[in-house]
Design a protein around this ligand. Structure first.
Ligand SMILES: *[C@@H]1O[C@H](CO)[C@@H](O)[C@H](O)[C@H]1NC(C)=O
Ligand SMILES: *[C@@H]1O[C@H](CO)[C@@H](O)[C@H](O)[C@H]1NC(C)=O
Length: 485
C-alpha cells in the first residue's frame, strides 16, 4: 500500500500555471453535488432508487453526448486512459481527452480527504469507472496508460505504482522532486518495458514543432543563446501547494523546468546539424571537446547501465543563479529565480517567479537570426522568426547581420496555429488552452501503438534527466546565494 506522505485538501491538488483563479464550472459542480445528494438518498431507498440515482448522479454534459472537436494533429481514441490525482489540471486533461475524441476508462483519487467521493463525482462526470486508491486503478486491466496529476511530492511514488503494474505513464511536470527521483522513475519504467514521459505538453504544440523545425533547418544558424521568463503570482497562502515544501512547491519545479527543458532541446540541435557544432571561434573549449560525443548518450548512460550514477554536469554545464526563498517557512522553497545556464556552449537566461506577473515569452538568439514564441510560450499559438543573413550564402559572408537602426532583414517568418476551443457542453476548470493537451495525448497514443516505444521522440528520457539535473543545480545555487546574504 502506498504511503501517502501528506493529506491535502481537494482544492490544493495540482493547480498549474497562471490564469483563471475562478472555478469556471463551480456552479455546475454545485448542481451536480446537489443531484448527487438526492441520488444517494434514493440509493438508500432501494434498488429502484439506485437506478434512479445512477441516472441523476451521472447525468452530466459529457454523458449527454459530447461534441468531438476535429483538429489537425489531434487523433485520439486508440488507447484507454486512466487518471490518478483528481485536481483541477486532471479535470481539464479529462475535458480535453473527451472533447478531442479520446477514451477515459477510469480515474482514482488516493491522496484527498475523501478520495472515494471525489473519484465518484469525477468518474460520473466523465463516464469513467472510479477508484478510491491508486492501487485499484493500477489493477484495472482495461487501462493502457495513466496520467499522474498528483501534487509534485507524490509524482514518483504514484507513477511507480502504475509502472510496476505494467502501465504506461504520462506524469505531470516536474518528473520528480529531483534528478535522483527522475532517474529512479525512468529506470523502473525501462525495467518494466513501459513508456514514462513527463508532461512537457508545450513540446507537442504545432507552434513549438515549427520553431524547432526552423532551428533545425539552419535558417537562423547556430543557436547561441535562449531567453525565457514564465511565472505568476501564486495564491498568497503558505499552505498553497505552489509554496509548500511538503507538496514539492517552488518556482523552478513549477515553471522554471519548462524553460530549461525547451533550452536543453535547442542546445542539442547544434549537435544534430550537418557539419557538427562549434563553428564560432568564441565557443568555450568544452563545447568543442564535447561536440565529438553525444549529449544524449551522456545523459542516458545511467539508464542503459544501472551501475552508472547520474551523468556529471562538470565540464558540460555551468549554472549561476540567484533568487528569493519563501522566508515565512522553515524549509523555504524558491519563489523567485534568475539563472544563467550554459550547456555545451549554448547559453540560457531564465527568469521565473511565484510572486509576480511574467511575459511568458521564450526567445531563441542564433548566429543569423532570432525566433520568438509568442506569449504564453508554454502553450503557444503563434511564433515568429527574423532572418538577418543567409547562413548558407557565401556572398553574404562579410555583410554584418544586424537589426540595429532598422537595417533590412533577409526574411520574416511567421506561424500560427490556434488551440481548438472547448465545445459548449464542456468547460475547463482552470486552463483556457487546456484543449491543447490533445497534442501530447495524441503523441502518447501514437507511441503506445508503436512496438517497443519507451519514450516520446519529442520528450526523450535524456532531456527529462538533463532538465531535472539543471533545475536541481539552479535550486541549490539559489539556496547557497541566499545563505551567503
Ligand atoms: C556499467 O557501468 C559500470 C560503472 O561505470 C562499469 O564498470 C561497467 O563496465 C558498465 N557495464 C557495461 C555493460 O557497460
Ligand atoms: C568567410 O570569411 C572568412 C574570413 O574572412 C573565411 O575564412 C571563410 O572561408 C569565409 N566563408 C565562406 C563561406 O566564404
Amino acid at each position: 500500500m502506498l504511503q501517502i506522505r501528506k493529506m491535502v485538501s481537494e482544492v490544493k491538488e495540482e493547480e498549474e500555471e497562471a490564469g483563471e483563479k475562478v472555478w469556471i464550472v463551480a456552479e455546475e459542480r454545485n448542481d451536480l453535488r446537489r443531484w448527487a445528494k438526492i441520488g444517494r438518498a434514493a440509493l438508500a431507498a432501494g434498488v429502484l432508487g439506485a437506478l434512479l440515482s445512477w441516472a441523476l448522479v451521472c447525468t452530466s454534459p459529457t454523458r449527454k453526448g459530447t461534441v468531438v472537436v476535429k483538429t489537425p494533429g489531434i487523433n485520439l481514441g486508440r488507447k484507454r486512459w486512466g487518471i490518478a490525482g483528481l485536481g483541477r489540471i486532471a479535470y481539464d486533461f479529462a475535458v480535453s481527452l473527451k472533447a478531442n475524441g479520446g477514451h477515459l476508462e477510469a480515474v482514482a483519487a488516493g491522496s484527498l480527504p475523501n478520495p472515494g467521493s471525489r473519484a465518484s463525482d469525477f468518474g460520473c462526470r466523465f463516464g469513467a469507472r472510479h477508484y478510491g486508491t491508486y492501487e485499484a486503478l493500477a489493477a484495472d486491466p482495461k487501462v493502457d496508460v495513466v496520467y499522474v496529476a498528483t501534487t509534485n511530492q507524490l509524482h514518483m511514488d504514484v507513477a511507480l505504482v502504475f509502472v510496476r503494474a505494467g502501465k504506461a505513464v504520462l506524469v505531470e511536470k516536474p518528473t520528480g522532486l529531483d534528478a535522483p527521483q527522475a532517474l529512479a522513475m525512468l529506470r523502473e519504467a525501462r525495467a518494466h518495458g513501459v513508456l514514462l514521459a513527463t508532461n512537457f505538453w508545450n513540446m507537442l504544440f504545432p507552434v513549438t514543432r515549427w520553431a524547432i523545425d526552423v532551428v533545425k533547418s539552419n535558417k537562423l544558424g547556430e543557436v547561441l543563446a535562449a531567453r525565457g521568463d514564465m511565472g505568476f503570482e501564486a495564491v498568497d497562502n503558505l499552505h498553497d501547494r505552489f509554496l509548500s515544501p511538503e507538496l514539492g512547491g517552488g518556482a523552478m519545479l513549477d515553471m522554471g523546468c519548462y524553460i530549461v527543458h525547451l533550452f536543453v532541446q535547442l542546445a542539442a540541435i547544434n549537435f544534430e546539424r550537418k557539419g557538427d557544432v562549434a563553428r564560432l571561434p568564441t565557443r568555450p573549449r568544452e563545447a568543442y571537446e564535447f561536440s565529438r560525443a553525444k549529449l544524449r548518450d551522456h545523459f542516458e548512460a545511467p539508464l542503459r547501465n544501472a551501475s552508472r550514477p547520474l551523468a556529471s554536469l562538470d565540464g558540460l554545464a555551468r549554472v549561476r543563479a540567484t533568487g528569493h526563498l519563501d522566508r515565512r517557512n522553515d524549509d523555504p522553497v524558491d519563489v523567485e529565480a534568475s539563472a544563467a545556464v550554459e550547456l555545451a556552449g549554448t547559453r540560457l537566461l531564465l527568469g521565473t517567479s511565484l510572486q509576480r506577473a511574467s511575459p511568458f515569452t521564450f526567445d531563441v538568439l542564433a548566429a543569423h537570426g532570432t525566433l520568438s514564441l509568442d506569449s504564453p510560450a508554454n502553450c503557444p499559438t503563434s511564433a515568429s522568426a527574423a532572418v538577418y543573413r543567409d547562413a548558407n550564402d557565401a556572398r553574404n559572408n562579410n555583410t554584418a547581420p544586424t537589426p540595429c537602426c532598422g537595417q533590412p532583414r533577409l526574411a520574416d517568418l511567421r506561424f500560427a496555429s490556434p488551440i481548438p476551443s472547448y465545445p459548449e457542453s464542456l468547460k475547463p476548470e482552470r486552463y483556457p488552452r487546456g484543449m491543447g493537451f490533445g497534442y501530447v495525448q495524441t503523441a502518447v497514443e501514437a507511441c503506445l501503438s508503436t512496438p517497443n516505444c519507451l519514450e516520446l521522440p519529442e520528450i526523450p528520457a535524456w532531456t527529462q534527466l538533463a532538465t531535472q539535473q539543471i533545475v536541481d543545480a539552479i535550486i541549490r545555487e539559489i539556496h547557497q546565494t541566499n545563505d551567503a546574504f
